[in-house]
Design a protein around this ligand. Structure first.
Ligand code: URA
Ligand code: URA
Length: 291
């Protein structure tokens, strides 16, 4: 039994940690999903919602006293689960435990903050917008680039498109904190123009490293710019929908960008189809009807 995870204990600790964040009730869910969540939280140590990650070397300070054993057990379990993946996929280095992920993400975030590869973007930005969410996500959403609200607040998808993304996430019965959300480019293109190819290639190292650190099981690319950047393809978004692509071991789906959906509401049904395909592959049973 020493290698098995005590789900009751993890679940109780998970609920306690939610309580600390002010959560007082939860929607009724299948045991499977709650178990998955509690394992993720144990791996995560803390739910990172916004702002910089803890500084490298500092991360012990944020661990609750009683979490140490769980994190260790869960990391071992995760390492076992990941063995097959890393062994069968040479593109990945060894699986990183949660502390290494947080520390690598911190280093990368710092490099992004200081980046001046794109003269126009780096001189126009209020701040860089790195990414937000769990360092052990099952699913990442990859957007295009910050808009005005994101540039002001330093977090991806916090404006109108972000509100729609939040609705999509809750329709999928997920929570923003259990995912990771990032953009292809980290600086706001002036006037909300699309990022130039040169800007995407300058930022490629950053979003690719982010995804390599996170090693999500699934990536959802939002819109043409993200899909094209990630998959290096000239195919139209419409033709890429409805199937899974591989990106270094992660399963990728593409769907319409929430900003496009705001302008073209009739496409929302297609994004909902895409999300249903994704949720089915993730083993999440949806209880909501199409609305
Ligand atoms: N659109 C994006 O692609 N990313 C954001 O962060 C916000 C809007
Ligand atoms: N064109 C875009 O730029 N984005 C979409 O999501 C769909 C079409």
């Amino acid at each position: 039994m020493s290698n098995t995870i005590d789900l009751n204990k993890l679940t109780r600790q998970y609920l306690e940690s939610l309580g600390k964040f002010g959560v007082r009730d939860l929607p009724a869910k299948s045991g499977r999903r709650l178990a998955r969540l509690s394992i993720d939280v144990a791996l995560t140590d803390e739910v990172i919602d916004s702002g910089p990650f803890t500084h490298a070397g500092d991360d012990h300070a944020t661990l609750p006293d009683n979490a140490t054993m769980n994190v260790k057990e869960a990391s071992q379990k995760k390492a076992q689960l990941n063995e097959g993946v890393s062994a069968s996929n040479g593109a990945y280095g060894p699986a990183l435990d949660v502390r290494q992920r947080i520390s690598r993400l911190n280093e990368l975030r710092q490099a992004v903050t200081e980046c001046t590869r794109c003269p126009e973007l780096s001189s126009c930005r209020t701040q860089t917008v790195f990414g937000t969410g769990s360092p052990s996500p099952r699913l990442c959403f990859l957007g295009e680039g910050p808009g005005a609200d994101e540039d002001r607040l330093g977090e991806p998808f916090v404006g109108r498109a972000g509100e729609l993304l939040n609705r999509i996430i809750s329709a999928c019965e997920m929570r923003r904190e259990e995912l990771y959300i990032l953009n292809t480019v980290k600086c706001r293109p002036p006037g909300n123009r699309n990022p130039l190819d040169k800007e995407v290639s300058n930022c490629r190292e950053y979003f690719e490293q982010q995804l390599e650190i996170l090693q999500p099981e699934f990536i959802c690319a939002l819109g043409t710019v993200a899909a094209k950047a990630l998959l290096n393809t000239g195919e139209s978004l419409g033709r890429m929908r409805g199937r899974f692509f591989d990106w270094r071991g992660s399963k990728v789906i593409v769907t319409y960008h929430p900003a496009y959906l705001l302008r073209t509401p009739e496409a929302k049904a297609k994004t909902w189809e895409d999300m249903q395909m994704l949720m089915k592959a993730m083993g999440v049973e949806l209880t909501l009807s199409n609305s």
